[in-house]
Design a protein around this ligand. Structure first.
Ligand code: NAG
Ligand code: NAG
Ligand code: NAG
Ligand code: NAG
Ligand code: NAG
Ligand code: NAG
Ligand code: NAG
Length: 391
C-alpha cells in the first residue's frame, strides 16, 4: 500500500509536535515540581507537635503587619505576649510604625543597648525588606496575614485617608465609585499605590504587583521565608496554628477584636457585579497571593487535623467568651467620651468601635492589656523598654 507523501509528512510533523509538547510539558511540570518541593520546605518544616524544640515556648517573632486585614488584633496579641515576658520590640523614637510607606531599613528602629542586640518582636507597620533579618533575633518565626483582596480593597477605600482615596479614585464615595465602574467601558487604570496593597506592604513596587511573573517570584520567595501566612477569614484557625508554631498556650492567644469598622465590609454589594469583577482584576497580584496562601493554609489545617482544629477553636472561643464577660462592660463608638485614655482609638475613631471595661476589668491587668489601643500600648512598651535599659 502506498501512502501519499503529503500525508506522511503530516504524520511525521504531528509526531514531532506531540513529542515536543510532551518534552515541554514534562519539563514544565518537573520545573514546577522542583519549585514546589523547594518552596514548601519552609512551610512544611513547621513542627506542629513541639517535640523537637524541647517543649519551650518560643519568644521571638516577626509579624509583617498588613493593612486592613485584622492585623491590629494580631499585633495586640503579640504586644501582650512580649509585655508579659519583658521581651524587646523594634520601635521608632516616636510614631507607631517603622517607616511605612518607605521600605524598611535596619537603621529605622531604635538600637538596643548591649547585651541586647536583636529584637525579639517586630510587629509594627512596615514595608518589608530583608533588612528585617539583620536586626531580628535569628530564631524568630516569620508570619503575616492576608485577606480576600476585594474586601481588603473596599475596606481600604472606606477607611484610608480621604486624600488618598480621592487621588486614587477621584471620589471618596464608595457607591459613586462602584456605579461609575459598573458601566464604564474604558480600561481602568489606577495610578500607583492604589491597588494590590498587600503586596505593597510585603515590599513590592506598585508596578511590579501587576506583573504576573514577578508576583509568582515574590510568592516563591515568601514560601522560603514565612513560617505561617494566616488568612483573615479564618482568624481563629490561624491563631491555633500560631499557638502550635510557637508552643504557646490558649491564654497567650486570647484577644478582643481591634479596630473593627462599625460598618464592617462583610459581603459584596450585589448591585454592582461588573464593578466587583473589575476590582478583582485590578488587584490581580493580591488575588494570586491570596489564592496561593489560602491553599497553603488549608493544607496546614489538613495536616494538623480538621477535628483537632475544631476542638481547639471551640476551646479558644469558650475562653474568649469568659474573658469578654469578665472584662467588657460595653461596646461603644470609638468617639465615645467615657472611653479611658488608654483604649481610645487615635486613628479614624469615628469609624471604629471601642470598649469600656467592666468594674472588675478596670482593676485587672490582663483586661487592660486586651483593650489597650495600638498607639497607647506602643508608647507604654517603648517607655518600659527604656526603664528596663533595653534602649
Ligand atoms: C519584667 O521586668 C520587671 C521590672 O524589672 C520585673 O519586675 C518582672 O519580674 C519582669 N518579668 C519577667 C517575666 O521577667
Ligand atoms: C448599567 O447599565 C445597565 C444597562 O444599561 C443599567 O440597567 C444599569 O442601571 C446601569 N448601572 C449603573 C450603576 O449605572
Ligand atoms: C483596553 O486595553 C486593551 C489591552 O491593553 C486594549 O487592547 C484595548 O484597546 C483597550 N480598550 C480601551 C477601550 O481602551
Ligand atoms: C510605573 O508605571 C507607570 C504607568 O505605567 C509609569 O508611568 C511609571 O514610570 C512606572 N514607574 C516605574 C518606577 O517603573
Ligand atoms: C480557601 O480554601 C478553602 C478550603 O479549600 C475554600 O473552602 C475556600 O473557598 C477558599 N477561599 C477562597 C476565597 O478561595
Ligand atoms: C460615631 O460617633 C460619631 C461622632 O459622634 C458619628 O459621626 C458617627 O456617625 C458615629 N458612628 C456610629 C456608627 O454610630
Ligand atoms: C505552652 C505550651 O503549649 N506548652 C507545650 C509545649 O510543648 C509541650 C510538648 O508538646 C507541651 O507539653 C506543652 O504543653
Amino acid at each position: 500500500m502506498r501512502v501519499p507523501k503529503a500525508f506522511l509528512r503530516k504524520v511525521i510533523l504531528c509526531v514531532v509536535i506531540i513529542q515536543l509538547m510532551y518534552i515541554l510539558t514534562s519539563k514544565l511540570s518537573t520545573n514546577e515540581k522542583s519549585i514546589k518541593s523547594k518552596s514548601s520546605t519552609k512551610l512544611e518544616k513547621i513542627s506542629l507537635d513541639n517535640k523537637r524544640r524541647g517543649d519551650k515556648p518560643l519568644n521571638s517573632i516577626y509579624f509583617l503587619k498588613t493593612h486592613k486585614t485584622g492585623s491590629t488584633t494580631l499585633q495586640s496579641i503579640l504586644m501582650r505576649y512580649g509585655d508579659t515576658r519583658n521581651l524587646s520590640f523594634a520601635f521608632k523614637e516616636k510614631n507607631h510604625e517603622l517607616g511605612w510607606p518607605r521600605v524598611f531599613h535596619k537603621n529605622i528602629p531604635i538600637k538596643l543597648k548591649a547585651p541586647h542586640s536583636r529584637y525579639d518582636i517586630i510587629c509594627q507597620h512596615l514595608r518589608h525588606s530583608d533588612d528585617v533579618f539583620d536586626v531580628l533575633n535569628p530564631k524568630a518565626k516569620v508570619i503575616t496575614i492576608l485577606r480576600n483582596p476585594t474586601y481588603n480593597f473596599i475596606s481600604t477605600f472606606k477607611y484610608f485617608y480621604e486624600k488618598w482615596t480621592k487621588r486614587c479614585f477621584g471620589t471618596i464615595n464608595i457607591d459613586e465609585f462602584l456605579s461609575t465602574m459598573e458601566n464604564s467601558t474604558s480600561n481602568i487604570t489606577v495610578s500607583n499605590e492604589c491597588v494590590n496593597r498587600q503586596l505593597y506592604d510585603l515590599g513590592m513596587r506598585p508596578n511590579d504587583t501587576v506583573n504576573v511573573i514577578k508576583v509568582k517570584r515574590k510568592i516563591w520567595e515568601m514560601d522560603m521565608t514565612f513560617d505561617l501566612v494566616m488568612i483573615s477569614e479564618y482568624f481563629n484557625e490561624g491563631l491555633i496554628l500560631l499557638k502550635h508554631l510557637m508552643n504557646w498556650s490558649f491564654d497567650d492567644i486570647v484577644y478582643i477584636s481591634k479596630n473593627v469598622q462599625t460598618k464592617k465590609t462583610k459581603g459584596i454589594d450585589v448591585t454592582y457585579p461588573e464593578a466587583y469583577r473589575k476590582i478583582r482584576e485590578l488587584n490581580i497580584g493580591d488575588e494570586m497571593l491570596y489564592q496561593h496562601y489560602n491553599k497553603t493554609f488549608w493544607n496546614m489545617i489538613n495536616n494538623f487535623g480538621r477535628e483537632r482544629m475544631n476542638r481547639e477553636v471551640s476551646k479558644l472561643n469558650q475562653i474568649r467568651d469568659k474573658m469578654k464577660t469578665f472584662c467588657i462592660g460595653e461596646v461603644v463608638n470609638g468617639t465615645n467620651e467615657r472611653l479611658s485614655e488608654h483604649n481610645k482609638p487615635t486613628w479614624m475613631a469615628n469609624k471604629v468601635n471601642a470598649y469600656i471595661l467592666s468594674e472588675e476589668g478596670k482593676h485587672d491587668a490582663t483586661c487592660k492589656q486586651l483593650v489597650a489601643g495600638e498607639d497607647q500600648y506602643t508608647d507604654f512598651l517603648r517607655q518600659k523598654m527604656k526603664s528596663l535599659g533595653y534602649i
